[in-house]
Ligand binder design. Structure first.
Ligand SMILES: C[S@@+](CC[C@H](N)C(=O)[O-])C[C@H]1O[C@@H](n2cnc3c(N)ncnc32)[C@H](O)[C@@H]1O
Ligand code: SF4
Length: 393
């Protein structure tokens, strides 16, 4: 698709950039709330995994030659369980194929145990520039309930180690937990914000089908979860405290000091292109002016064998322009800066409906400028409603 925005840009994805996502599908234990593609395995042959990653990276490179990589992200699962040598070899191969942006962010997700913290220095030597830690809670009772393997003390210790080694460190907390009062969350979040932080991901606990929490919830045994009103109060407190501490939301669940936003997530939300490499990894790739959605085989063994046969993706699907437009709105409206009207027009062949825009503005849910539409703080709390309206054609 030709963009009318900038004559130097040929394709829509360039407005979001190009990132590479590598999925490591193993964890030491399965957390009861988690529905990510993660597996517990007693034997992992890293040599086989290295071979498969390198092969897939080369395959994707053949399709995307000449691009500049803006971000590389090792996600999981628990990629901090990988050996630093494996990370190094993957990064060396990646660097040998594409041009890597000078300030390319190379993130690794880490569980904050002391064992993993001991490896941080080696991860830095391997080329990692940013660590994202799944701390989840600063309260031991809740860490236990969430099935985590670390204590709050251990997590803060791992954070300090990471802080001393990396320029960029982020951590995740899960809130709207069982029996969590607003004042408890306030003081926990304040404690988090008093640290030397540049980025925080704050997710409301979601009960996913097919997880241990999902099963318990279905039979009425997961008690003390907040109702809708309390959940939105918790969200409001979160926004207020983060803003007061210089960490405003740049996306519904993500907060950063201005300029220190996670580059990888920005590629997703600005609807750039990203290669998804590894079991269950999702990708979006524009090839010869068509955008494709890709998805790797879920099961680690199956993925390995499919890669040795030539391709680890179980799905490669061309996305009609209208579907791309829907994804663009869904992702872009999560950002505080919202979406660009010209891109909307490129996808749908017309601008957002003036009556819809007027009504949403009147209800205080969005703001529209000459070239953008973005959700107000109230609109972000009713984002599904806002997006549903913007997608009415
Ligand atoms: C896939 S995990 C990877 C990080 C690492 N394995 C860990 O657990 O620390 C990414 C993040 O998603 C969030 N997450 C996963 N499942 C969630 C759920 N059901 N509700 C809310 N947040 C969730 C957690 O905050 C977690 O840190
Ligand atoms: S939350 Fe993280 S550690 Fe827990 S099962 Fe999911 S990916 Fe693994």
């Amino acid at each position: 698709m030709k963009s009318s925005l900038n004559t130097l840009l040929n394709e829509d994805w360039e407005l979001g950039g190009f990132g590479i996502y590598i999925h490591w599908p193993f964890c030491t234990a399965k957390c009861p709330y988690c529905d990510f593609n993660s597996h517990v395995s007693s034997h992992i042959d890293e040599k086989l995994w290295l071979e498969a990653y390198l092969k897939e990276i080369s395959r994707i490179h053949q399709l995307t030659k000449g691009r500049i990589v803006k971000s590389i992200f090792f996600g999981g699962g628990t990629p901090s369980l990988m050996s630093p040598d494996l990370v190094y070899d993957i990064l060396s191969h990646t660097r040998s194929l594409w041009l890597i942006n000078n300030d390319c962010e190379i993130t690794l997700e880490a569980n904050p145990t002391s064992v993993e913290a001991q490896k941080f220095i080696e991860f830095k030597d391997a080329g990692i520039s940013r660590i994202s830690m799944g701390i989840q809670s600063l309260n031991d009772r809740d860490l236990k309930r969430l099935g985590r393997q670390h204590s709050a003390r251990e997590a803060l210790g791992a954070f300090t180690i990471a802080r001393n080694i990396f320029n960029r460190v982020s951590f995740d907390l899960i809130y709207a937990r069982q029996d969590q009062s607003i004042s408890e969350w306030r003081s926990e979040l304040q404690q988090a914000l008093s640290g030397d932080l540049d980025h925080l991901s704050l997710y409301q606990l979601t009960i996913e089908e097919g997880t241990a929490f999902g099963d318990r919830y279905a039979i009425g045994k997961l008690k003390g979860l907040p109702d809708e009103d309390r959940a939105s109060d918790l969200f409001e407190v979160t926004q207020e405290l983060c803003e007061l501490n210089g960490m405003p939301a740049y996306e519904v669940s993500n907060h950063a000091r201005p300029g220190l936003e996670c580059q990888h997530n920005i590629v997703y939300w600005k609807y750039g292109d990203y290669a998804g490499i590894g079991p269950g990894a999702h990708g979006r790739l524009t090839l010869k002016n068509d955008r494709y959605s890709t998805e790797g085989y879920l099961q680690p063994d199956r993925w390995l064998s499919e890669v040795s046969g030539g391709c680890g993706d179980k799905l490669v699907q061309k996305l009609p322009l209208k579907d791309q437009g829907q994804e663009f709105v869904l992702m872009g409206m999560r950002l505080t800066e919202g979406i660009c009207k010209d891109r909307y027009q490129n996808f749908f062949g017309h601008p957002p409906k003036p009556t819809v825009v007027k009504n949403l503005e009147r209800d205080g849910l969005i703001k529209a400028t000459a070239d953008r539409i973005y959700a107000t703080p109230r609109g972000r709390m009713l984002l599904n409603y806002v997006i549903g309206n913007l997608l009415v054609n």
